[in-house]
Design a protein around this ligand. Structure first.
Ligand SMILES: [Zn+2]
Length: 356
């Protein structure tokens, strides 16, 4: 562990009452965030967690969903970092002092290095730089849980199961990739697996308006279901949400993760990359990115899908996995003019749906 993270670790753990350290290294205590972050009552069920890696720390609350990451790559306290420190009882002076020492460190590092920023040409090299984590003891895949004889007696589990099956029958094929934690019964956990190792989690609380919460160790950009790129296939299909990825065995970009380096690494697979935007505002941004990087964009919305269908997961629910996949591939194009024209059509349809 780096000097800075070690220093942080000592300071942070001093302020909370650690109840337990999980076998995979999570420090567990009563969360400090909830009353400040939309929950009426403070946490009494040890839903707060710290996790430390070589060059980052993560705070995560399973109660109200607050999460923040500090990464040595940035060497600054983010606003969320600062909030957390405040809630933990650090004084303004202490926080300023930490900020200042990080700043000093940053200046020093900039002087000492002329190296360009981390750049990798393929995912194999990139993944080697990341630290995987162990699976949490408490986490059980839906598939494993279904093997228990008494699973029907757990009402919370049955609720999760109902929710999952309401997403479409494709879910049957992915029950080994979806996890559940009995002590956080409203939460679905999608570990970010790469070659059977876990590099982060996507969590979804069914009762909260915040749809997804992503936790990456090392605070690096990763894609969900990246393993599908390693398969022997002609196409890599990029979609927005994790359930879209599950529905067609594509890769979820999980918002804002399409940067030059990620695209370069995806291109190193030497496959045709197709992006399927959601039929909504975020989808328009995704199309912009695709145009920037000369990727194929798919528009199955007009010729193949019912107009109410917004994404791959909706389509797979209605038409099944193979029709959906086929329609995504067949309606894709790399002609920029065609992409722009179809994007305008999509916009018009979205506007007229708003007016209905
Ligand atoms: Zn909280």
């Amino acid at each position: 562990m780096s000097e800075i993270i070690n220093l942080f670790k000592n300071k942070l753990l001093e302020k909370v009452n650690i109840q337990k350290i999980s076998s995979s290294g999570w420090y567990i205590f009563n969360a400090v965030c909830c009353p400040y972050h939309g929950n009426e009552r403070p946490d009494r069920r040890k839903r707060g967690n710290f996790y430390f890696t070589e060059n980052s720390w993560v705070y995560n609350c399973f109660n109200c969903g607050f999460k923040t990451v500090f990464s040595e790559n940035n060497l600054v306290l983010t606003e969320r970092n600062k909030k957390l420190l405040e809630w933990m009882g650090f004084s303004q002076e202490e926080i300023n002092e930490i900020s200042f020492s990080l700043l000093k460190r940053k200046n020093l590092e900039q002087k000492n290095s002329n190296n360009p920023k981390d750049e990798y040409f393929n995912f194999f090299d990139y993944i080697k730089t990341l630290n995987p984590t162990e699976k949490e003891e408490e986490m059980v895949s839906i598939e494993e849980y279904l093997d228990r004889q008494d699973y029907k007696e757990n009402k919370n589990f049955m609720k999760i199961l109902d929710y999952l099956f309401s997403r479409g029958s494709y879910i049957v094929d992915c029950l080994d990739k979806i996890y559940w934690v009995e002590s956080s019964p409203d939460m679905i956990v999608l570990p970010i697996f790469i070659k059977n190792k876990i590099y982060g989690y996507i969590m979804r609380n069914l009762n909260k308006s915040i749809k997804y919460m992503n936790i990456f160790f090392d605070n690096k950009n990763l894609l969900y279901n990246l393993d599908s790129a390693f398969k022997n296939r002609k196409y890599i299909i990029l979609v927005e949400g994790p359930f879209d990825a599950l529905s067609i065995d594509g890769i979820s970009i999980m918002k804002n993760t399409i940067n030059n380096n990620i695209i370069k690494m995806l291109k190193s697979f030497n496959k045709e990359i197709i992006i399927l935007p959601d039929k909504d505002i975020s989808g328009l941004k995704v199309i912009e990115k695709a145009l920037e990087h000369n990727l194929r964009v798919s528009f199955p919305f007009f010729d193949y899908w019912d107009e109410k269908i917004k994404d791959a997961s909706d389509a797979a629910k209605k038409y099944g996995k193979f029709y959906t996949l086929n329609s995504i591939i067949r309606s894709s194009t790399d002609d920029p003019l065609k992409i722009k024209t179809l994007t305008n059509l999509l916009k018009n349809e979205m506007i007229s749906n708003l007016e209905d």
